[in-house]
Design a binder for this molecule. Sequence first.
Ligand code: GLU
Length: 478
Amino acid sequence: MSNVRVRFAPSPTGFVHVGSLRTALYNYLFARHHGGKFVLRVEDTDRARYTEGAVENLLETLEWSGLSYDEGPENDGDFSPYYQSQRLNIYHEYIEKLISNNFAYPCFCSKERLEKMREEQIGKKLTPKYDGHCRYISGDELIKRRKSEDHVIRLKIPPEGITKVSDIIRGEVQFQNEMIDDQVLLKSDGFPTYHLANVVDDHLMGITHVIRGEEWLISTPKHIILYEYFGWPIPRFAHLPLLLNPDRSKLSKRQGDVAVEDYRKKGYLPEALLNFVALLGWNRGDDEEIFSLEELIADFSLERVNKSGAVFNIEKLNWMNGIYIRKLPEEKYLLIALETMKNNGIDAGNTRKNEQIALAVRNNIETFNDIKERSELFLGDGPLHYSENALEWIKPDSSKKVFTSMLTEIEKIPEITLEAFKSVMGNVQKETGLKGKEIWMPVRSALTGLTEGPELPQVIQIFGKDKILRLLEQAIRV
Ligand code: GLU
């Protein structure tokens, strides 16, 4: 496909929803796959929803995710996203065109009247919808009232017929025009609503494919009517499936984090989060689950996006994040791990030791914040708490023999090095006649209190002689 142009058009509301990240990602992948352009347009015309810092947060989150956009108004050799609040003149120009062609009309109805009408309609079990009260005001009256009265501008929906939305993911979806509301396009404060600004901009920015969440499907017939009124070509639409909680209700804050920032703060890696959201509604047609951004670009297609809702499974995200943590180059891993430790007040006294701890726990964490819990083992100097399974390995007489023999051997050496530890364990093996699991599981249990976890050679180097002796004594007494 040539000349693909797509856009991510978020309204800055204070945080970036994981569903928005998926929308941004799918647009980005589609653009990159087709060698097209990915435009970022900040839809900030709803003054009532304005929150301080929301735009900065949006841009920062996008930057963290690595989804870079391709164009925007230039300043100082750089370019910024498009901001709808800076394009008000454009919307006014187009609204006048609609009015003069009789495709839109001023509405002077008061809030009270609209509220009363709504209540009556709900009382009669009708879908609330503007009753067309101001549709036919014309001539001098119209001119006079427009000058003197507060008003909005509404879209004149054809009273009959059907509007068809052709959707790449859903096929053809039909809407009865009589069910569609005469949408407000321009508010009394002079700001356009989403519908007007979105359509005008998609056209002026040459958008070829509108890829967005399913919640916008219901607005699409209004948009199509607008395109037709303007005489503009209609872009292709693709409405992405809803994100669901594991109980299949709509993904909500009540059941877990929905803001990208929360995942960022909790130490998730952007690569992992992107890989995870990529699979919320898309698959390659096989069971592969780990994709780099390059692989996603190569394999992504809208035809392979599902219609049905996608369940947000945090366990899967955690698993994936663990995989990405282990994929990081060691230096990068250490950089983030040490930063996390610092932020959580985890300090073994010197950088070398902190690094050793970070590396020892690497295989057993899913997020960087897990380091907090996993590193307790290395920092605590009180008695160790054993898991049930560990206790089972500590109690047998054969295990006690292992501990006693190890204790004697370690007391003989001046310092625990990797070499010394190997020879200690060789001697313990000879002395007890035990080997393999029979030795390693009791030792692991006695030293870490767990039957899984960091590699023992890493553990003993961090612990040092005194701590090992203390832990062996504790295990012997159990
Ligand atoms: N501003 C809308 C939003 O917040 C954009 C929807 C669309 O992509 O058309 O998601």
